[in-house]
Design a protein around this ligand. Structure first.
Ligand SMILES: Cc1cc2nc3c(=O)[nH]c(=O)nc-3n(C[C@H](O)[C@H](O)[C@H](O)COP(=O)(O)OP(=O)(O)OC[C@H]3O[C@@H](n4cnc5c(N)ncnc54)[C@H](O)[C@@H]3O)c2cc1C
Length: 305
């Protein structure tokens, strides 16, 4: 099927202004690297996500779904298919008692602000994570002792067959930075959290504390994709990397952050290749010197290491 026909069909499903061609993924990833997506779509309703997925499956077109792109490396030669972004156009948040239901594109910052406003505790850990709630449930994102698995009670998804399904709490198969949504390639559309009534000033204090600790420890003023590696059993990735003398180690425009060795930062002109080469180099060096094989936490589109 030719590009023009696919483009025309996608416009008729999603509407003018929601689909574009040859879009630079640098603009949509927090590490600011990556080539162009052949098509880039931002549906503004759950129904439209469902319809576009069914269409793309039927026509055998490649696609993948992203949120805020804060945990993603997209190759420099781009993505030869459709990138579907579930972000600010699908970000409605509803509150009912101690239950919050958010569309997958809602930012964690917005959901945690809403929880604070309602005096609901248990989501403070997420307030400084820069992703969407859809990305977070997929990654089982977590920080400071909290993670999505502790608060998610249900997710509406599209399954491998293109059907809408609901996953209840334990059906998510949450593990460390993984979930069934990730392993089975489902698409998260809407996430329900159940929180507890708490004390507003205490919730606010915890958020401020966590975010202050982030600012002190993480290179938030530079483009990055967050922690590059998962925490290995019994160690901290950043500490191992530092002990191997790799602090500040640079390949091209990519550098092991000198503020937090678990982060790779883009000095300004990094390519995804620089970042991937640096990830491989760090992994090899740490393995040779310590025997610990670091596993990437970042999602690398179109290939593994
Ligand atoms: C400065 C910084 C700090 C960070 N701190 C933390 C932290 O403390 N803890 C932590 O866990 N992470 C952290 N991260 C990583 C990242 O923010 C989280 O993993 C976040 O949950 C990713 O959300 P996203 O919307 O950006 O997802 P993306 O990066 O867009 O996507 C991540 C993965 O999820 C998939 N995905 C995204 N949305 C959906 C969806 N709706 N349905 C199905 N699949 C989807 C993508 O295909 C991809 O595989 C940090 C990142 C940065 C840049």
């Amino acid at each position: 099927m030719g590009d023009n026909a696919v483009f025309r069909d996608m416009i008729s499903i999603l509407g003018e202004g929601s689909v574009a061609q040859n879009v630079s993924m640098k603009e949509y990833t927090s590490i600011k690297t990556g080539g162009t997506a052949r098509f880039f779509a931002e549906p503004d309703s759950i129904e439209k996500v469902h319809r576009i997925i069914q269409y793309l499956k039927e026509k055998n077109q490649n696609f993948f779904v992203m949120g805020n792109g804060t945990n993603l490396i997209i190759p420099d030669n781009g993505y030869d298919g459709v990138v579907i972004r579930i972000g600010s156009k699908l970000s409605r948040i509803n509150l009912e008692g101690n239950r919050i239901t958010a569309q997958a594109g809602a930012s964690l910052a917005a959901v945690s602000a809403r929880a604070l406003e309602a005096g609901l505790e248990g989501f403070e850990f997420a307030s400084g994570i820069p992703g969407t709630i859809g990305g977070a449930v997929t990654m089982n994102a977590g920080a400071y002792g909290g993670e999505m698995s502790q608060v998610v009670t249900g997710t509406i998804c599209i399954d491998e067959q293109g059907q809408m399904i609901r996953l209840n709490g334990d059906e998510h198969a949450f593990g460390y930075r993984k979930s069934r949504i990730q392993t089975d390639g489902l698409i998260a559309l809407e996430v329900t959290l159940v929180l507890r009534q708490g004390d507003k000033s205490e919730i606010k204090r915890r958020m401020t504390d966590f975010n202050g600790r982030r600012r002190d420890k993480q290179p938030l003023n530079m483009p990055s994709a967050g922690s590059v590696f998962k925490r290995p059993e019994g160690h901290y990735a950043g500490q191992l990397i530092q002990e191997c003398g790799l602090k500040g180690y640079t390949i091209g425009g990519a550098q092991v952050s000198d503020k937090h060795c678990g982060f790779i930062v883009n000095l300004g002109n990094a390519t995804s290749q620089d970042v991937l080469d640096l990830i491989r180099y760090v992994r090899k060096t740490v393995y040779e010197r310590t025997g610990v094989l670091l596993e990437p936490e970042v999602r690398i589109i179109g290939g593994e290491l």
